[in-house]
Design a protein around this ligand. Structure first.
Ligand SMILES: [Cu+2]
Length: 86
C-alpha cells in the first residue's frame, strides 16, 4: 500500500502486445523506445523470447490504438494479446 495513491479518475492499465516481427535482440530496444515516447505510458517491459511487449499506461492519456500505432510507425506492427486492470 503506497501513500501516493493514484487519482481515482485515472485508470492505469497493463496490456500485452504481440510484436511478431522482432527478430533480433536490438528490435525490442527500438520498440521499447517507441512505446515510451507515447504520452501516458509509464512502464514498458519487453520479452524478446516471446515477441511481446508489456505496457503500463494511463488510459485517460492514451489508448491501445496509440500504442500499436507507435510500434507500427517504428516498423514493428503489433496486436493486442491480452490486458488486465490494475
Ligand atoms: Cu532487430
Amino acid at each position: 500500500m503506497s501513500l501516493l495513491t493514484a487519482p481515482t479518475w485515472a485508470s492505469i492499465q497493463t496490456v500485452m502486445l504481440s510484436v511478431s516481427s522482432m527478430n533480433c535482440p536490438v528490435c525490442p530496444i527500438t520498440v521499447k523506445k517507441a512505446l515510451n515516447k507515447v504520452p501516458g505510458v509509464s512502464k514498458t517491459n519487453m520479452n524478446f523470447e516471446k515477441r511481446q511487449a508489456i505496457v503500463t499506461f494511463d488510459d485517460a492519456k492514451t489508448s491501445v490504438d496509440a500504442l500499436t500505432r507507435a510500434t507500427r510507425d517504428a516498423g514493428y506492427p503489433s496486436v493486442l494479446a491480452g490486458s488486465r486492470n490494475e
